[in-house]
Design a protein around this ligand. Structure first.
Ligand SMILES: Nc1ncnc2c1ncn2[C@@H]1O[C@H](COP(=O)(O)OP(=O)(O)OP(=O)(O)O)[C@@H](O)[C@H]1O
Length: 607
């Protein structure tokens, strides 16, 4: 024999209140949602119908507080009450299999159960606007029993829901609390939510969506939008408010420019409404990634919510909406460049990275903003526009390490070098010639030394012995010495290396910490035939007084030690991490210098 499941309603309510609802207050959301859906259903048959939601709170001293929500929506016939209201999990709003989702917010048929979290009974009075059926009363208890009766008196079409506060839940019926919750969930609804307590009636959503209102001036509009942003996100000083509109998904809203630099890694969450009811305050997938400098509040009438109601469902329509919203933000930036460059300056100072990201993706935008974008150069930070006013060619090095190697020398030689080692910079500079006709040149630090002055023949003779000593000292470090003349003359030696040279350096360092098996593998790698570029270069500066003196030193021990120390110093200046072998050399060198110093001193004392 077949049996039917029995459902324990209390158990289900307990489950929902602990696992589905974020807190008891969601009963206000569910009631507003049902009212909204009912009004939407009625306007489908009567487009001129003006929706109205009224909440009355009764809290006489010594009596249990109660709450009545009435609306003039579609209402229910007695049959519908039996079918939809009394069957858990059945909804009149769900689309049939394979059909496009209906236009309603609810669809699971469990929303009204949330009222049992705060109330020991739910009483519904309803009168259908569609059919001439009698008004009906439905009384339900959390033990799963309910009664239905047709009323003798007639009611206006629509529905009333009556709740009585459970012991311990009175606070959720406090008028201020209910007003705040109505504003929170239904602040954008296009018809009034009135709340009456005693003789006082307030409208919870009197301001509605500020971006849909008419203003006397642009200034007034901006002020209203900024006030709304401040209240909504509790951020006191957004930089600006940008209107958003997308046909796809029927989206409208505002994006606020954050007044602080937003981290690229931080989650970018937005406040989203679905059909003007709050869906989520932490929706993530609404705007393109590069827009991480804004926080948005938007309503979508035609996007699908995810089952968890945390954001919109990722589909083609959302992707198209996201693109359109990206266009709104792009248009704003372009207009700012034309109309308010000072504000753009401020915005770039805070959010340069986002702007650079956009410029790498969009050629027109690139042309518009490239001159405003800041870069680090050997002459200090400057915008691309300032740089190109002073230099015909943009010279850049693609990594921060290389910039550290060459910045001082390049500057002394009148070459302003841009550090393109930061995110997006190399990509941007590489396209400058193609997009804005500014020639660019990628500098290779190892070829920089080619521009240095060669020594004269007598000078070469003078340095020959020094060079041979340097070769011997530097060979174990895969580094080749040379002597040239360059500026700044305070710099005794410049260490440069190519990508391959860097690879072998890090290989050596890995070998020092690898286990025997692994270091055997690395060994084989490092034995592979090496091109000259695998060797680093140490270019001694003959303009430097110390180097000049060293070329005359004949004491081999002093000469070797000095070359070693200059080698180590140039590595450190270029921010190259030292290998174990080099570290040892540094220690030995320092100790030797100290001993030598002490020896000199005690020798002096003896005299
Ligand atoms: N104010 C109302 N006016 C007319 N019908 C209503 C109203 N409130 C509830 N109903 C009917 O009761 C059904 C069940 O409502 P309930 O809130 O439990 O679920 P739902 O709104 O359909 O879906 P969800 O669980 O996603 O909110 C609805 O589908 C609707 O037919």
């Amino acid at each position: 024999m077949e049996h039917k499941f029995q459902i324990n309603l209390r158990g289900i309510i307990d489950l929902l209140s602990h696992h589905l609802y974020s807190g008891p207050e969601v009963f206000v959301r569910e009631l507003l949602q049902n009212a909204t859906d009912a009004i939407r259903a009625r306007t489908k048959i009567d487009p001129a119908h003006a929706g109205d939601i009224h909440i009355e709170i009764h809290q006489a001293p010594g009596k249990t507080p109660s709450l009545v929500i009435s609306e003039n929506g579609i209402g229910l016939t007695p049959d519908e009450v039996h079918t939809f209201l009394s069957t858990i999990g059945l909804s009149s709003k769900r689309a049939a299999e394979g059909e496009r989702p209906t236009d309603f917010i609810g669809q699971f048929g469990i929303g009204i159960l949330s009222c049992f979290v705060v109330s020991d009974s739910i009483v519904v009075y309803s009168k259908s606007a569609k059919e001439k059926t009698p008004a009906v009363e439905w009384r339900a208890k959390p033990d799963g029993t309910y009664t239905i009766r047709e009323l003798d008196r007639d009611l206006d079409p629509g529905t009333q829901v009556w709740l009585t506060a459970k012991v311990g839940c009175e606070e959720h019926f406090a008028p201020d609390r209910v007003r705040d919750l109505c504003r929170h969930y239904g602040g954008l609804l296009p018809y009034p939510i009135r709340i009456t307590s005693g003789k006082v009636t307030v409208v919870a959503n009197e301001h509605g969506a500020p971006w849909r209102q008419e203003y006397r001036s642009e200034r007034e509009r901006t002020r209203a939008l900024m006030d709304f942003g401040r209240e909504t996100f509790d951020v006191p000083n957004f930089l600006d408010a940008i209107p958003l509109r997308a046909k796809s998904g029927d989206v409208d809203g505002v994006a606020y420019v954050l007044p602080y630099a937003a981290s690229l890694a931080a989650k970018r969450t937005h406040r989203v409404y679905l059909k003007n009811m709050l869906l989520s305050e932490t929706a993530e997938n609404l705007l393109p990634d590069w827009t991480f400098f804004v926080k948005a509040v938007v309503n979508a009438n035609d996007l699908r919510p995810t089952a968890a109601r945390e954001s919109f469902y990722e589909d083609d329509r959302l992707a198209a909406a996201r693109d359109e919203l990206g266009v709104c933000l792009r248009r704003y930036l372009v207009e700012l460049a034309e109309k308010d460059p000072r504000k753009l300056d401020r915005l770039i100072a805070l959010h340069g990275l986002a702007i650079k990201a956009l410029a790498t993706q969009d050629e027109d935008f690139y042309k518009m903003v490239i001159d405003w974008l800041p870069f680090e150069t050997s002459e200090g930070e400057m915008t691309f526009g300032e740089y190109r006013k002073q230099h015909d060619v943009v010279r850049y090095v693609p990594t921060v390490d290389q910039f550290r190697q060459v910045a001082r020398v390049a500057q002394a030689h009148g070459l302003a070098v841009v550090n393109a080692g930061y995110t997006y910079d190399a990509e941007l500079l590489a396209r400058a010639e193609e997009l804005v006709g500014v020639p660019t040149e990628k500098l290779d630090p190892s070829t920089l030394t080619h521009t240095f002055d060669e020594l004269s023949l007598p000078e070469q003779e003078q340095t020959a012995e020094f060079l041979r000593a340097a070769e011997t000292v530097l060979k174990p470090f895969r580094c080749e010495p040379e002597v040239k003349k360059y500026r700044p003359k305070e710099l005794p030696a410049l260490y440069t290396t190519t990508g391959e040279g860097r690879f072998f350096r890090s290989l050596e360092q890995s070998k020092e910490i690898a286990n025997p098996l692994w270091s055997g593998v690395l060994d084989n790698l490092s034995k592979k035939e090496r091109t000259p570029s695998a060797f680093a270069q140490l270019c001694f500066n003959f303009e430097n007084a110390l180097v000049r003196r060293l070329t005359t030193v004949r004491d081999r021990a002093v000469l070797h030690r000095s070359i070693q120390m200059l080698y180590l110093q140039s590595l450190l200046l270029g921010h190259h991490p030292l290998s174990g072998k080099e570290m040892q050399l540094l220690n030995d060198g320092l100790l030797a210098l100290i001993e030598w110093g002490i020896g000199l001193q005690t020798g002096g004392e003896k005299e």
